[in-house]
Design a protein around this ligand. Sequence first.
Ligand code: ATP
Ligand code: MG
Length: 264
Amino acid sequence: MSPAPLLEVSGLTVTFDGTAGPALDGISFSLEAGRTLSLVGESGSGKSLTALAILRLLPPRAHMRSGLVRFQGRDLSTLDAPAMRAVRGAGISLIFQEPMTALDPVMRVGDQIAEVLRIHRLARGAAAMDRAVELLEAVRVPQASVRARDYPHQLSGGLRQRVVIAMALACRPPLVIADEPTTALDVTVQAEVLALLRDLRDRFQLALLLITHDFGVVAQMADDVAVMHRGRIVESGDVRRVLRAPREAYTQALLAAVPGVPRT
Ligand SMILES: Nc1ncnc2c1ncn2[C@@H]1O[C@H](COP(=O)(O)OP(=O)(O)OP(=O)(O)O)[C@@H](O)[C@H]1O
Ligand SMILES: [Mg+2]
């Protein structure tokens, strides 16, 4: 028998107050340790909402109507608030599109990473700062010990996203959810940050739930892909199979709209 998946999402249905019809309608997928699953779809298809629902971070007007999210064998809906906070960060960390949303503008970046380590009781004081600098080195921030003393606004967008990735990895979570992690960056920087994410994933054997609307990113990064449309998964499977021989008309249309998708 194959091992239980790290993350199992089953029948996830989310509605917003005052709107007709669900925003997520029976989303199901599973992700094994060390694997990368890409959620791909047009704007508004429900990708970010899926990530937020997994982490129980839905906006106030959104409600999970049915479905199950199981992480490391535990039904996350049964956890109390402290246990859920421990899952966020130490079990599943989230990287957003825009690094400034994750960073405190008035705190030095090294201190912000050290703070994550302190909150999760992994290190404190000078040891936490040493570890923060090591993490900045791991995400290839040049002159890490100097940069650790910078405030976010003193860094370029690419370096800021590296700081966010360092924070996301601080607790060595087995699962990282990255929601359009490179969309806000310049094209050349996008490629560097993607390469970094891939290296870190392999080095730390992370499972990655990678949200993107870019099939080029899917082809480069993912083992499996799930195509979302209007709150549903319309097609999913091995990334090469889906890119080479999409079965659903919707996937075929999406792919046809992308010039030069690398058919790996
Ligand atoms: N505050 C809200 N009130 C009502 N409906 C909302 C709200 N936020 C999101 N939705 C609904 O949920 C759907 C999914 O939104 P979501 O943010 O998950 O899309 P997405 O796939 O991440 O899009 P994008 O690629 O633009 O980030 C939207 O189409 C919208 O109908
Ligand atoms: Mg989104």
